[in-house]
Design a protein around this ligand. Structure first.
Ligand code: DAH
Length: 341
């Protein structure tokens, strides 16, 4: 008994625990119902009467010492916890977080779309994986048109009714005309795919925004006005546009739109190659064949359509010289657009 009491005294003296959990474990082990000290009290009942006085005193001292030690450890633990919290200054600024920035193509696309939204256009979207009908057939591409051939289009299969990646967002026009009630006034932003060699001026993936307006009595003059207003919103109030006759299977007549160079104000510089003009989009009056293919009465309705490359608009606006910058995700390039968040 004596040895046991002494051993436990030594153990209590040496006791060191840091966490509340460890302290509680020590308390249970020593002073709990089945604890070692409690067990000694049970054993004490069998001690010879002449030793009871000595052992009783020793046991009481042991018990009180252990209880005091546990209290002491608890206090120390809660103090160090409070001290730890006080040492943490919640008013200190946090570690800087590296925020990403919007991609310039996203910024440009949104700007284009927002301008047309202001004019009352809705946004329509369609699938990137398309069929021949929506990309070509319904848009009046003659069967032998070169854009249908493998060098331009990524075909997913070569069945009679092939699945392919859309080469332009004009496919969304067709989907809109098939299902939307008239009048239709939409812009269709999206990603397009062409089987082209990648260079500073061409890429196999890029983005377009298509526009379509169909109603009774829509005229070429309406188209010209809409595009002029767009150009002025996008490139500045001084901007002028000019139209050059062009050809697209789905519009008649068709035109290419140039905007006056926003760098030199039309005087001629190396961006506009001395011409004073920059090409920004194709457009035209929707061909009656295209209206009829989607079930619209071309005697009653007319409309115009236009299509522009988002990367191209962004290049002109921010003077980016190499299209590949948009796809390489070089942070030095992307960070230049941080302020446009
Ligand atoms: N789809 C044409 C292209 O990808 C762009 C285009 C030209 C769209 C004239 C039109 C348009 O709606 O009228 O090159």
């Amino acid at each position: 008994m004596r040895e046991k009491i002494e051993a436990l005294m030594a153990e209590v003296a040496a006791l060191s625990c840091n966490t509340e959990q460890e302290i509680e474990q020590a308390r249970v082990r020593l002073l709990g119902k089945k604890g070692e000290i409690t067990a000694l009290f049970d054993e004490f009942r069998t001690v010879a009467p002449e030793l009871k006085r000595e052992f009783g005193q020793k046991l009481n001292v042991l018990k009180n010492t252990a209880a005091a030690k546990i209290e002491e450890l608890k206090e120390a633990a809660s103090e160090s916890q409070a001290g730890g919290a006080a040492a943490f200054d919640y008013t200190m600024p946090g570690d800087p977080v590296q925020l990403g920035s919007r991609h310039p193509v996203s910024i440009a696309r949104e700007e284009i779309v927002n301008i047309f939204r202001k004019f009352g256009y809705d946004v329509a979207e369609g699938p990137e994986v398309e069929d021949d009908w929506h990309v070509f057939e319904a848009l009046n591409f003659p069967p032998e048109h070169p854009a249908r051939e493998m060098q331009d289009t990524f075909f997913i299969n070569d069945s009679d009714n092939p699945v392919l990646l859309r080469t332009h967002t004009s496919s969304v026009q067709v989907r809109a005309m098939e299902k939307m009630p008239l009048p239709i006034r939409i812009v269709c932003p999206g990603r397009v795919f062409r089987n082209e060699a990648i260079s500073a001026r061409a890429h196999c993936i890029f983005h377009q925004v298509e526009g379509l307006y169909i109603d009774e009595n829509v005229t070429f003059a309406d188209m010209k006005q809409a595009i002029l207003l767009f150009a002025r919103e996008m490139f500045g109030a001084q901007s002028q546009i000019r139209m050059r006759p062009s050809y697209f299977p789905f519009t008649e007549p068709s035109a290419e739109i140039d905007v006056s160079c926003n760098i030199c104000g039309g005087k001629g510089c190396n961006i506009c190659k001395g011409t004073g003009w920059l090409e920004i989009m194709g457009c035209g009056m929707v061909d009656p064949n295209v209206l009829e293919a989607s079930g619209i009465d071309s005697k009653k309705y007319s409309g115009f359509a236009f299509g522009m490359g988002v990367e191209r608009i962004a290049m002109l606006k921010w003077q980016v010289r190499d299209l590949r910058n948009y796809f390489e995700n070089d942070l030095r390039f992307l960070k230049e657009f941080e302020t446009s968040l």
